[in-house]
Design a protein around this ligand. Structure first.
Ligand code: ADP
Ligand code: 5GP
Length: 208
């Protein structure tokens, strides 16, 4: 019998543009699932709303929150600071909710090391190809090529983190990818959540 408390933590990470935010939003529509809304010093994108997508704060405000130990984890990603609110997450977990995190590998490592008394499943999303990733970034960033280039540049480094995760899944067809994640969330075991050899081969094609 599991000694974990009722709520669970589900972390989704990926190289930028692979589709984790889209997937996180889709999963959060399920009953009893809730997104951990991060704080960030990044400027909002045109369709993003404060308090819904992120809590947008200044660098000074962010530093104050670090000092007050308000973050469960925090990290610097692409020149900006990002962090998950301890209070928000604890409250939801205590109420038996499942929390989904859209965070990077640094935050994932920090949460894993905390060894909290809640179920934890970490999922890494891969794009079907580098050219498809580029297309998705161009579309999302409204052709802001400076941002696209910065994110493509860090792709190889971000990709290398797949080995740290319990499950790795390719986001080619969104619905198929979502269904695989849903199955893993409902699974009692972390074993056999993905085909390791297949993923290794796919990562090789993405690395060239
Ligand atoms: P991330 O959060 O990993 O940076 P997003 O969820 O913002 O990525 O997705 C990047 C872009 O790709 C968005 O415009 C999104 O609508 C699109 N997208 C996500 N998944 C798919 C998919 N399976 N097929 C096509 N486009 C997708
Ligand atoms: P974006 O600017 O595209 O929304 O996010 C950039 C990166 O920051 C993504 O890899 C995203 O997962 C990560 N990120 C978002 N929120 C957090 C957070 O609270 N903590 C950490 N460590 N990373 C985050």
């Amino acid at each position: 019998m599991s000694s974990f408390k009722k709520g669970g933590m589900y972390i989704i990470s990926s190289p930028s543009g692979a589709g984790k935010t889209t997937l996180v939003k889709k999963i959060s529509k399920n009953k009893n699932f809730s997104i951990s809304i991060s704080h960030t010093t990044r400027k909002p994108r045109p369709n993003e709303k404060n308090g819904k997508d992120y809590f947008f704060v200044s660098k000074n405000q962010f530093k104050k929150l670090i000092k007050k130990k308000e973050f469960l984890e925090h990290a610097k990603v692409f020149d900006n600071y990002y962090g998950s609110s301890k209070k928000q997450v604890n409250q939801k977990l205590e109420n038996g909710k499942n929390i989904i995190f859209d965070i990077d590998w640094q935050g994932t490592k920090q949460i894993r090391n905390k060894k909290l008394n809640y179920k934890l499943l970490t999922i890494f999303i891969l794009p079907p190809s580098k050219s498809e990733l580029f297309k998705r970034l161009v579309k999302r960033e409204n052709r802001n090529m400076k941002t696209v280039k910065k994110r493509m540049k860090s792709f190889k480094k971000d990709l290398s983190r797949w080995k740290d995760y319990d499950m790795v899944v390719i986001n080619d067809d969104l619905i198929k990818c979502y269904n695989k994640i849903k199955k893993a969330i409902n699974s009692k075991s972390k074993k056999d959540l993905f085909d390791l050899d297949f993923i290794k081969r796919h990562v090789k094609t993405l690395s060239v």
